[in-house]
Design a protein around this ligand. Sequence first.
Ligand code: AHG
Ligand code: MN
Ligand code: MN
Length: 342
Amino acid sequence: MRKSLTQFLVEQQRLENAMPAQLRLLIEVVARACKVIGHTINKGAITGLLGSMNRENIQGEVQKQLDVISNDILLEANEWGGHLAALASEEMEAIHPIPYRLPKGEYLLVYDPIDGSSNIDVNGVVGTIFSVLKAPENASGRDVTEADFLQPGSRQVAAGYAIYGPQTLLVLSVGTGVYAFSLDREMGSWVQTAERMTIPPSTREFAISMANQRFWNPGVASYIGDLVAGKDGPRGADFNMRWMGSMVGDVHRVLTRGGVFLYPSDSRANMRSGKLRLMYEANPIAFLVEQAGGLATDGGARRIMDIVPDGLHQRVGMVLGSADEVSKVIEYQKPAQALAAP
Ligand code: AHG
Ligand code: MN
Ligand code: MN
């Protein structure tokens, strides 16, 4: 019999001592909420929940009905368990402290309820991304504030995503490697189907939105130019390209067979600091990528997980995936003189 998520978590707790009971509960609750979100997405138009809310979130993006519903599913599932001090999400402007009437725990949960939500209505791949931090020690006797969340990604104690595609999967790390669990719909349970996922260091596949080419900085432009030049260019090899419009989808491919994914900052006024959100997109994905042996940087040499956030909804440029290619991107970003220096 395959291992269930519960069995995996109990083993982690026993073998690696990586998981206090509260964290185990937290992950089980998030995983259960993802089942509900996956089920709702899977029903599609039958529920009448496709399409937009006709209102914008804090990011200035039009919310889909499923963005809002999935946000509430995660909120309601996690509020009562006693494992959290507060939550924060892409779809909520401010943090959500656990109400006084409910028991409070020691963890902070940050999430993107639906990543790639423009894919919902076209039956494309979407996901849920989550990151778990510990509330600062001194937060126990007082109200949790946004400042308590502003910890670098290196302090994450767990991170993961659910991906709602042809299969529904949960990909998870508690700091002891990356594991994947498939949703067995008939049984209603998550069963482990991959362990110690690793990203091969070299790759011939890249992911970037070519629509933004004219806004790229010279380093990104010449790196991609050299990939596209293929066998006849300086890299002497053909590269394939994929872009799913959902970071979870692209990252899952990278975790499965390698690749490099780029959403760099660019010259557009609203993209100078990148598009992806540091706390609930970049950090959890960086945690998984590094746990799988890959690299995740801001497009230059700065490690994503070293950045100290200055706001909940801060954005960041991102380059991640196979170590050799991420290192190459960093080299291309160095000024010409630096490259020429002995
Ligand atoms: P979200 O749906 O949570 O707003 O995130 C979408 C993100 C990311 O998942 C994806 O890689 C990227 O936006 C796609 O951006 P473009 O529409 O610019 O291609
Ligand atoms: Mn997203
Ligand atoms: Mn989203």
